[in-house]
Design a protein around this ligand. Sequence first.
Ligand code: URA
Length: 258
Amino acid sequence: MTPLTNPAVIRASLGAYLEELRESGIEGLPVDASYDNLQQVPHGARTKDLEPLQAASAFEGVPHHETLEQIRKNLGECKRCKLSATRKNIVFGVGNPKARLVFVGEGPGADEDEQGEPFVGRAGGVLNRLITAMGLTREEVYICNIVKCRPPGNRDPERDEVTACSPFLLRQLRSINPETIVSLGKPATHTLLECNDPISKLRGRFRDFHGIPLMPTYHPSYLLRSGGNSDSFWDVWEDMTQVLQLLKLPVPDKSRKP
Ligand code: URA
């Protein structure tokens, strides 16, 4: 098992673990005075250790103190990749520049390309319902994608496109400096965590994105494809419950579906 070193990820993991204990009826834990800081807890003492994964390496070099406006201006009428040839609008991102929570999706679809705003089509409807079910609004969070122009035919973004575009995403994330990130689906999760594990394996536990706890979950389009009553909805809701707990926000009644 890889040792935990990042305090934010340790806090997220421990918070989720304690919440699980509380829900299962355990209301207190004996305190051992010799464990006066977390680094002294032997590895393997807990069942829900996070697996820190190698993160988008370039993030370390991303400057602080840029505003989203400056980043948007620097992006300009971008022609850094071939998606620029077929897009109608650049879809930069939307929401609170100081959001505590950022959702990162895959890339604009036809509706988003038309309107220049992320998640305004059918998948956006699902994401909106999820955000509302969490007791939040679109204006409170920030929503963006790993690529800012529509891949033709809604195919997955290709490697060169992600390589050209992701520096702007990393700058947005640095600027917003959220307390947590939710990556929606495989391309977003794999890009941010630089790994190839299936999303079904990655979801459900916080991962370390350069000190920011990142929760991978299923993409809203997957939920649409898998049908309204699917278990995947509940998996996503469980993931969002952990996010709300991390943010110390109330968790709405679990009988409500996103
Ligand atoms: N799917 C995405 O990943 N992003 C959008 O903006 C819309 C649909």
